[in-house]
Design a protein around this ligand. Sequence first.
Ligand SMILES: Cc1ncc(COP(=O)(O)O)c(C=O)c1O
Length: 469
Amino acid sequence: MSENSPGVQAYIKRGTAFSSAEAALRSKMRQKKFDTIAVHGLYGMEAALANQGSIIEPAYLSPAQHFENSDHMEAALAYLMPAWAYTRIANPGLHYLEQALALLEGYGFAGETSACMTSSGMAAVFMATNPFLTQEGSNTVMNIVASAKCYGGTFMLFNQRYAKERGIELRWVRDPLDLNEWADKIDNNTRFVFGEMPSNPGLGVFDIAALAALAHQHGLPLIVDSTIATPALMRPLQHGADIVVHSVSKCLAASGFAIAGAIVSRRDIPSRVGPAELRADFASYVKLLPMRDHGSSLSPFSALMILNDLRSLRSRVDLMSKNALKVAEFLAQHPQIESVNYPGLSASPGHEIAAKYLWLADGEDDYGSAVNRFGHLLSFNVKGGVRAARAVFDGLGMIWRATDLGRIKSVAAIPAISTHQQQGEEGRELSNIPDNMIRLSIGAEHPKDIIEDLEQALAGVEKSTVVSV
Ligand SMILES: Cc1ncc(COP(=O)(O)O)c(C=O)c1O
């Protein structure tokens, strides 16, 4: 390695100047409002002039970067200067998306944040957890402590891939609101604490600050899947969490043009294992090392699609949340409905904790004072069991039947036969997902039309019940 050669040194100097300019712009952007950050991110005038003056972030679809000479190549590939080298490792468009997301998750948080885009939400959950599962030192069985109220893919990753295939002990927390349950499960062999908030599809919540404090007492990182909330409503790093994961495929990219994931972390996280770099800057560590080798990078074209959606995140989430509350209130009083899961309903068991954490960013600028918003996702159980639930689902005339959520268009799914099918009956019982549950992701249509569609679907079941009686 000719790190000390004058040629390589010149490139290191050039890289340092680039990083310093970005750091200065980052400090400036951190003073801006949420919407301004979402629109501009870290793509400023200097970056535009280096990209033919394009006022929109570049989408370089080329897999690789041409280097000026061997010194340039060496400095870039040894990570001695910022570069993109090869799109599996880095790419300009991905860089601007990562910077924008890091700024948004860090909105209102005093510390620095960094982000790493991944090819899907599941790739993000995997890459955010796998680095803590290294076999180090003794042969004692390591364990992970996670909320059972989580997305079916996460359930399968932990239960099947980690526990059954790799022998890692999995300690599910049934009621994430119960701090004692978390505390009872953590011990000297725990590697991380994981929770999804609000959870898909049960809308479970937990006290992030209290759980972070508990994890930190044990020297462990708290990882939060914040997909359903998005940074427009909740920013877990601000409350003590160490790592946030997103299925960017959802509300962050509501138009539905990309599957993607993201890991966002704060600096200097606790961990019982791993190198110093892992603790110092987890998301950058994952990006430059484990993910380089695992290879789950995002397409630069998808990055551009996502950046486009990200710009209007806050107002979209506000509208979808307001619509969702109206739909939840309608369902809660409907005689055909057994129960509704929506943290915005005051009768919801998690309402108080949800109201502590879910606030519309800069809501006071729009509404005169800060406002709670509870997100676009809800679920409900239909009276009459599976048959009735299927009949309501099949009767929908505008709301899409699909395994999707966070979309600008309303979408419904029956988790037991779709997103949470693989985890089996026992797993669904653990996660509290009955067969008659319908998950509903509310879009930006007028709420009157969404309610009308539900009303006619429910009326169809009422009629068929009368006929069959
Ligand atoms: C909360 C949550 N996390 C992670 C994922 C996985 O994301 P992806 O489908 O982008 O892999 C999903 C997908 O539905 C999800 O809802």
